[in-house]
Design a protein around this ligand. Structure first.
Ligand SMILES: N[C@@H](CCC(=O)N[C@@H](CS)C(=O)NCC(=O)O)C(=O)O
Length: 326
């Protein structure tokens, strides 16, 4: 675990001393957009036109943020258009690696050993954390984006003319509701589990723990009247929540001490989670070996023995009861 400083790799854990034990996630720095015509998107520079076989996605199958991108690649039928390399689940002294002997596909573009080499290929004096997902432009040999929230919006619409898939997970009429749900889910749940698990003081831990379960209770309440988070239509907001829910009972309950309740103990969320998991193509984006191995083996500061738990045994494929909801 570490980061790049002026292009040099430094092995360092997150600094929580300067924030009273609170984990603060660094903002993604590389924020260009692939667009259908190559014009600049909401942030960054232009020049990234949607084209078949031009872009490559670097992911970890363990990571909830990278998982979003993989899900949108499947939902939007981009599998033949955007290629993928998967890092090893073990993120140790050199950060994410491409060790083919340890469950990585290898780096299909440059055969690099570590993901930080992709960041320095893009900018030889880069300073910052080396995170997944990364969207790489094979034509210009540079990083388009390392922000999953942006990457899923690009995938949602930029390639529509190429794939003929016009499914819209961020439709105009629902944008306000989606943004509202994201504002509840991101800080309290998606990032909330990390804030809880990486807290290094009791007070910081309890603060995010409480906020996390208040937010999950709120989600349970929403799902009592709505099939999906914003109503009848499955949107980006649901997929953003899904990647945390599917890791929750296997990892966050134990490893991150998010143990007031399990997802299996929420009568509505557990069914909703199954519905999303059973959506076509989603199970193949979800890998519980990578998920459990990454967290329990890589965070030696939290789990020094690196022993990975065998359970829990949960059948995400059993029938769910969400069909009745309108
Ligand atoms: N804002 C980023 C966050 C990505 C992120 O933090 N990924 C984690 C893996 S789950 C990572 O690569 N962490 C490495 C590190 O922090 O050094 C996004 O959503 O794309």
């Amino acid at each position: 675990m570490g980061l790049l400083v002026d292009g040099q790799w430094q092995d360092k854990w997150y600094d929580t001393d300067s924030s009273n034990g609170k984990f603060k996630r660094e903002d993604a720095q590389l924020r260009n957009w692939v667009t259908s015509d190559g014009n600049a998107g909401a942030t960054g520079e232009g020049g990234f036109k949607a084209q078949s076989n031009r872009y490559h996605l670097y992911v970890s199958l363990a990571c909830p943020w990278a998982h979003r991108a993989l899900i949108f690649r499947v939902l939007k039928q981009l599998e033949d258009i955007i290629s993928v390399s998967v890092v090893s689940p073990d993120m140790l002294n050199n950060g994410w690696s491409f060790d083919k002997n340890n469950h990585s596909t290898g780096d299909d573009l440059f055969d690099s050993e570590y993901l930080h080499q992709i960041y320095t290929k893009n900018n030889s004096s880069y300073t910052g954390r080396v995170t997944v997902p990364v969207l790489w432009d094979k034509q210009q040999n540079k990083i388009v984006s390392n922000e999953s929230a942006d990457i899923i919006r690009m995938f949602n619409s930029a390639f529509n003319e190429i794939t003929g898939n016009f499914d819209d997970y961020y439709p105009k009429e629902l944008r306000n509701s989606i943004d509202e749900i994201n504002a509840l889910v991101y800080p309290n749940i998606n990032n909330g589990v990390y804030k809880t698990g990486f807290a290094t003081t009791q007070a910081a831990y309890e603060e995010s723990f409480d906020a996390l379960f208040i937010a999950l209770d709120k989600v349970e309440e929403i799902l009592s009247t709505n099939r999906y988070l914003t109503g009848r239509k499955l949107t980006e907001a649901d997929w953003r929540l899904f990647t945390t829910l599917i890791r929750f009972d296997s990892v966050y309950v134990g490893h991150f001490k998010c143990n007031l309740r399990t997802i299996e103990s929420y009568p509505l969320i557990r069914e909703y989670l199954r519905e999303l998991y059973q959506f076509e193509g989603i199970d193949k984006t979800t890998d519980f070996y990578h998920i459990k191995r990454h967290y329990y083996f890589s965070h030696a500061m939290i789990n020094p023995t690196q022993v990975v738990p065998k359970g829990p045994q949960i059948n995400y494929k059993r029938a769910h009861n969400r069909e009745g909801f309108k």
